[in-house]
Design a protein around this ligand. Structure first.
Ligand SMILES: Nc1ncnc2c1ncn2[C@@H]1O[C@H](COP(=O)(O)OP(=O)(O)OP(=O)(O)O)[C@@H](O)[C@H]1O
Ligand SMILES: [Mg+2]
Length: 305
């Protein structure tokens, strides 16, 4: 239990100013009531959240995401957080004097780069997310893909070094941690023969979601969702079926980080996850708005529409 919250002392008479604040309080109560059926729907559900490195740069905005995650946990959602951290890796590599190089959008990962990936993802990003969640209580446990053999990987392409393709997922440890009422926070580092592998966090999240039989998978990124054509800001897609998403993967409207994300979303739905939603993690409380209000936001991908 945290410290007990104190309520304002009650006045004997009700002055005008207090009447005004009662109206505000009432409208807050109405917001909670609007959320009630949604809370009932999501309480007890399993939700995997992939938190993109691009969306966690600003600490103030990051704290809004973490507040949403805590609220989910407190209403009984089984939340699993999976994170990347591309920017943190590149920045650390710069400080260590390592050359950053990408091939087909993937980071060429030699042995020294792999050490930097671990230092940045596990040592910095994972620890910092766990610390921030645990500021409010005993809530989070930090993990890498090697813990409990969560993410077993094999080389994707030898010319990319230690870039790994996930070949096996084991969620027993994640289930144990969820069963003990903690939030597992997983860094997207895989392990396999010969040590650690740099695995794509979108796929790590989707495969963990599939293995858990998750009800929902969020991809928190730094844009409002998926644009049919990224150059056209009016082309934001609110929802679509898997077949439509698959057709987009090969189109010219989709580039860079959105290609693995949509492929991972498709993979998750085909693997039985209820819905996959691409959401802007830099827009305050986007998770709460998406889950608990009548205004759906972001891009939702599901089996049938
Ligand atoms: N059609 C599209 N719609 C939306 N975003 C797109 C599209 N095509 C390309 N993008 C790009 O994809 C980016 C999101 O993927 P990116 O890999 O950069 O972030 P992330 O996956 O959230 O973070 P990280 O890779 O660090 O975990 C957006 O910032 C945008 O520039
Ligand atoms: Mg990405």
């Amino acid at each position: 239990m945290g410290t007990r919250l104190k309520r304002r002392s009650k006045d004997k008479k009700m002055p005008k100013i207090r009447q005004k604040s009662m109206e505000v309080a009432l409208s807050k109560a109405e917001v909670l009531i609007e959320a009630l059926p949604w809370m009932r729907q999501w309480s007890g559900a399993t939700i995997v959240i992939k938190y993109g490195g691009s969306a966690m740069e600003n600490l103030e905005l990051r704290s809004k995401v973490l507040e949403d995650i805590l609220l989910l946990k407190l209403i009984g959602v089984r939340v699993v957080l999976v994170h990347g951290g591309g920017k943190a890796i590149s920045s650390l590599m710069g400080k260590l004097g390592l050359e950053v190089s990408f091939k087909q959008g993937m980071r060429v990962t030699d042995d020294d780069t792999m050490k930097a990936v671990q230092m940045a993802l596990v040592g910095q990003v994972n620890t910092s997310l766990v610390e921030a969640l645990n500021k409010f209580g005993h809530y989070a446990v930090g993990l890498t893909g090697a813990d409990g053999c969560i993410l077993r990987a094999e080389p994707l392409d030898l010319s990319l070094g230690r870039v790994g393709k996930i070949c096996e997922v084991d969620v027993e440890l994640i289930e144990t941690i969820l069963g003990s009422d903690y939030i597992p926070v997983v860094a997207s580092v895989g392990f396999g023969d010969g040590g650690s592998y740099n695995v794509n966090a979108d796929f790590a999240a989707s495969q963990i979601a599939v293995a858990l039989g998750a009800d929902k998978l969020f991809f928190l990124t730094d844009v409002d969702g998926l644009y049919a054509d990224f150059g056209d800001k009016d082309s934001l897609i609110a929802q679509m079926g898997v077949e439509e998403a698959k057709a987009l993967i090969g189109s010219k409207g989709l580039s860079s980080g959105m290609i693995p994300k949509i492929s991972a979303a498709v993979e998750s739905i085909e693997g039985g996850v209820g819905q996959a939603t691409i959401l802007n993690g830099t827009s305050p409380h986007s998770i709460l708005i998406e889950l608990f209000t009548n205004e759906g936001i972001g891009t939702e991908i599901h089996k049938e529409i």
